[in-house]
Every structure is written in C-alpha cells, then in structure tokens.
Design a protein around this ligand. Sequence first.
Ligand SMILES: Nc1ncnc2c1ncn2[C@@H]1O[C@H](COP(=O)(O)OP(=O)(O)OP(=O)(O)O)[C@@H](O)[C@H]1O
Length: 632
Amino acid sequence: MSNINLSESQLRVTHHTEGPILVMASPGSGKTQVLTERVRNLITNKKGHYRVLALTFSNKASEEMRERLLNIEENIEERVFIGTIHRFCMDVLNSHGKFIGLSNDFHMFDSESDRQDILREAFDYKPELKEILLKQENKQQFIKKVLDFISAQKRSLKAPDFFEDKIALNENQSLFAELYREYDNLLRQQNAIDYDDLIFLTYRIFIERPSITNFYQRLYKYVCIDEAQDLNFAQYELIKSLCNNGFNNIMMVGDPNQAIFGFNGADSKYMCELFIKDFSPIQIKLNENYRSTKEIIEFAKIINPTLEVHGKLKIEGEVSLKIFNDEMEEANWIINNFKDLIENGHAQIENKITFEDCAVIARNKYILKTLEDQLNILGIPYYTRSSNIIDSESDFIRCFELGTRLIINPSDRLHFQHLLEILNIEKGIEDIRTNNKMNGFELLNELNKYVLNDWKEPYKCLLHVWEILTIERPKFSKALKILSDFAAEYWSEEEEFLFLIENDLEMWKTYWINYVKQTTGDLHDLAKFRNQIALGTVREKINKGIGLLTVHASKGLEFQVVHILGMSDGTFPDYRAIKMNGKALEEERHNIFVAITRAKRVLYLSYSKTKVLPTGKKISQSPSRFLPSKFL
Ligand SMILES: Nc1ncnc2c1ncn2[C@@H]1O[C@H](COP(=O)(O)OP(=O)(O)OP(=O)(O)O)[C@@H](O)[C@H]1O
C-alpha cells in the first residue's frame, strides 16, 4: 500500500471493481495514482485466474506503474500486463498473427527511412509509377505525402482492398490507393509490418477471430486505459472490439484539456463521447490538485478558464516571465539561474534543489538547440527524451545489427541492401539476392565471397558472431564480448573508431539487459528482442541532469522547477496552428496547459525579442498570445 492518503473521490475509483468507469480529472489530481492503486486492489483483493490489462500511453508511464506495483509481489507480470497499446498489439500479433497471414517471425520496419525505402521500391516496381515520381518537382515531399496517406488509411482501419471497388476515386486517389497496395505487398513479401499495422492487424484479429477475442476476454478480466483523451479512432475501435459481447470491465482515465496528439488522429471525443455512448460508464471527477503551488494553479486557470480545480498545496510558489534580446541570452540566463537555484535554493522549495528537479520544456526540440549547445560547452548534465530509434554509429556494429536482422528475417531485402552499401559491394551478388531458399546465416556466409579487402577480417568476426546467434539459443552477451575483443585488437591504433564501437556495444548491451529483465528465462528470442527495440521498451532510461523536453515528452511528468522557453507567437503557439486556427489553435492551448502543469513549485516562462532563422535571417518576435497581459 502506498503511504499517500487518498481522498474520498479517489477511493471511490480505487475500490470500483465491476462495470465500466470513466475518470475525468485535471492535471495533478492523481489520475496515475488512482489507476495504479486500482490495479493493485484488483490483483491483491480478488481471487481467480485472471490478469489485468493496464494500457499506458508511453513506455515511461508503464515503467513507473510497474515500479510502483513491484512491492506487491515479484512476478507482477503474471497478474498484470502493463505496457503501451502498441506493445500489447505486438504480443497479440506474435501469438496469433498467423491467423491473418503473418508468419511467426515477422519483423517490424521501425524507422521512417525504412518506410520511405519500401515506398521507393514500390515506385521502382512499375515503370508507370516510376514515371509519376520522376515528374514530381519535390520527390521527397511527394513520398512523405503518400506515406501520410497510407498511415491515415491504416489509422482509419482501411485495408488496401477497401479502394478496389470504389469507382468514384479521382486520379490522385487511385494512384495513392495503388501505392498503398504495392507498399503493403512489399512489406509482406519481406515478412514485415510497419508501426501503424500493429493496431490495424490486431483489430483485424479481434474482428475476424471471435475465439481469439474471447480468449483475451477470459484472460484479462479488467482493462484499464490511462491518458484516454489521446486515443485515436483505430485505438478506440480496437479496445471496443476487445470489449464486445457484454465484456465491460473497462476503465478509462484522462483529461480532455490535455489532449495534444491531434496530429496522430487522436481526439478526446472517443473518451468523452463515444465511450459514454457505447459503455454507459459510471463517471467520477477528480478536481483536487496535489502537485502545484497556488500561483501555478492560478496561472493554469488563466490559460484555461474552464478549469475546475482546488489546489491542495498551501505554498504560494512563483510564476515569472523573462524577456531577452536573443536566444543565446535566453539560454545563458536559464543555465545561470539553474546553477544559482542549485547552489542557493529557492524560498518556495524546502529541500536542496538538484539538476534532476529542473526541466526545460519547449514546443518542439529545435527550440531547445541553443540551450543544448551551451549545456554541452559547459559540461552541465542534461537528458532529452527522444522517441527516435537510435542506430549504431560505427559501421562495424551497424553491420552486426543488419546481419542480425537477416538472421531473424532472411526475406528482409531492404536491410540486406543497407548491408551491401556499408560493405561497398555493388556487383556479383545477383544469385544471392534472388535465392530465397537460404536462411539468414547461409545468406551472410555466401556474401563472404564478395567482401572486399578492408572488410575481410572484420567480416570473419561478424560471421563467427552471427553463427553463434544462429545455432545456439541467442547468447547475445557472448556475441557482444567477441565483437568488443576483436575491435579492441583490430582497431587498437584507431582511437576514435574504437570509441564509436564501444559506445554502440554499450548501447546494445543495455538493450539486451533490459529485454532480458522484461522477459522470462526461456522466451529470449532475437526476433522478439528486435521488435521490442522497435517499440522502444528496451531503450536506456537516462534521467540524470536537467530534463530538456518537448511538451509531448513531458506528458505525465512533474518537476520542482520548470522553465518554458520560446514563448513567442509563432513558436508557442506554433505558426502553422495560428494559420489553421480553430481546433489546431485550441490544441496549442492544451500544449501550453500541459507544459505549465508539470511544475510543482516554480515556473519560469521566457521568450527572446529576436531569433535567427536557419537561413541566417534575423527576425523579431512578439510575445505569445497565450501570455496574460498582466505579465507583459
Ligand atoms: N491523495 C493524495 N495525497 C497526496 N498526494 C497525492 C494524492 N494523490 C496524488 N498525489 C500526488 O500528486 C502528484 C500528481 O499525481 P499524478 O501524477 O497521479 O496526477 P495526474 O492526474 O496523473 O497528473 P497529470 O495528468 O498532470 O499527469 C503526484 O506526485 C502524486 O503522488
């Protein structure tokens, strides 16, 4: 049991067991807290062989919930699935993907560049399509447009064949529909799926295979969904398809004022309107704020006048606006202020302040660049929370990584091509390319014949390692040790090169350790490991130093001191949203609302009167329209 005394309304939520429930609550009111406590109650108080499905919005939120629950029992995973909706879908597809034609060892093409390469291949496939691409003035933009279209279709749960009998399509729509079909065919030929497929294909399983849906309903007696205001159509329909046939122990928790994923098709109407219409849940509101000081809550009310919230902290706190001449002055002030707070403390914060208590939040990561550069120069610790998949930086480990992809999935032509590019092999491999009878290791072994001088020795080591990963159960740590020993000797004179390799190996070691921690002994499997990397669940969790966060990455977090920089019109709110107005501008208001409500005690906001654009042009800036006039 946690040592927090829950309020009466919070207890109503945590003690609720049967039937649907909707908890709509403001920032800092304890949504995550009650969700975790309810899961704890469900798994400790009830008897029977069921599990709880707790779906969170980010890996970070799952980790937090898992950590809070770990003190109940060690094998918490046996009683509850805690993870993102994408991770849950990955599990369903791993177990039941074959019922909709996926092979057991399917692979996820996780990066945007992989998707672009597949689409380029689709253009190459038919001369008439290639011609259309060649005619485009901005090919990159066109490719992006097609990929956005494909994503949008998958998010609307429309398969390529949806367009087949549609006579009314215009020329452009027919072209995009054809590209969608080709793109999906190419993915499947390579035994791969993309990120959007996770939801879409799982939805198909639940719709097309009632016996599987029924199995999940019996397994998971209770479904809990955090940050439900950010569900999109496909995610909502997926949850609904899982909870059909009278299964209704579903809980949604969220705050419509914090809906900030509109660009992803998310809309709080799925929680606020459709969930109510489809499930008739009991509704509980939590309106007490346990996080922030009075001044911060007052400021949040100015940004969002509809906010009904009662602050529980008696402390005043501080909110102030700083105006600077340029971005460099702004960055230096932030750094000096943090140094001062750490050295001398703050009247509104009783304990000593550490770098980890402080965060800087911006509308997007580019706004943080000047500050990040300065922190690097001064050697001040900071971390960012990027959602990007990090590739190995050294060619040697990148080859290792690409080879392991081929071991998992020999049909993966895309990454085979990337491997050829690094090894600089252009000719002579047609017979390997077209031979689809070889397994991954045989393919890599065959490639050995074509490896050129500089790569001969390193490739021999790679082959040895790949063989270990193929014939034994994956001894991943042993493989990394062999690579490390080889590199230390072979590149002993090339310090810089060796440094990159060691860094990459360190990263892979962490990934593997985190993966092993998350799975039970005999399930370790290279394909599943690769897919967890793609989902970001095994990434290194760094939170040492000052947090440098975008608004989206700051979701659900809290800090003693928050500094929001770049508070100029056009930056925050973003100029595109200003142009679009309406819903887009309203979502910007949600963004600023999320950012300010991360602060517990002290909140600084700032903007600079001038800014230098990437073109080198200097422009002047005016304060954000969201800043209250009493501040200016
Ligand atoms: N009853 C309570 N008494 C004291 N502290 C509480 C109580 N409920 C929650 N808290 C604390 O308040 C803070 C905010 O809680 P939590 O993160 O669960 O809020 P939230 O509603 O999920 O916030 P947000 O939507 O802004 O992310 C946490 O530090 C939590 O431990």
